[in-house]
Design a protein around this ligand. Structure first.
Ligand code: SF4
Ligand code: SF4
Length: 110
């Protein structure tokens, strides 16, 4: 079994229990990975990262659900020495502290 298959079969689909310390946000460097988003494969939460329909993306190609993100940082994971292992290859994801995210957007219920 390939690594991608293994991670795809273990997605968390329940409601998160606590508000995370930080929330993943995509930036304008997102390319959509040619239609197969790497971040979506490695995110452990079901439907947390969604592809944006073509007519909606002037700058980014995916969107993170702030109500589902658990702040695990797997979508930005790098190995020792900065080697890319499983995160976004384009540095297109930023982890925003949750209080900062809420100040910019709206309070999160959990
Ligand atoms: S955020 Fe990064 S890994 Fe995810 S689709 Fe965009 S470029 Fe690809
Ligand atoms: S921080 Fe974790 S839960 Fe949030 S989008 Fe990245 S991989 Fe998914």
């Amino acid at each position: 079994m390939g690594n991608n298959e293994r991670t795809e079969t273990k997605k968390f689909s329940g409601r998160r229990k606590v508000k995370p310390k930080s929330i993943a946000v995509v930036n304008e460097r997102c390319t959509g990975c040619g239609g197969s988003p790497v971040c979506k494969i490695y995110c452990p939460v079901d439907n947390c990262i969604a592809a944006i329909p073509a007519q909606e993306y002037p700058l980014t190609r995916v969107r993170m659900d702030p109500l589902k993100c658990i702040g695990c940082k797997r979508c930005i994971a790098h190995g020792p020495g900065g080697l890319l292992l499983e995160g976004c290859p384009w540095d297109a994801i930023m982890m925003i502290p949750t209080p900062q995210w809420e100040k910019r957007n709206h309070p999160l219920p959990y």
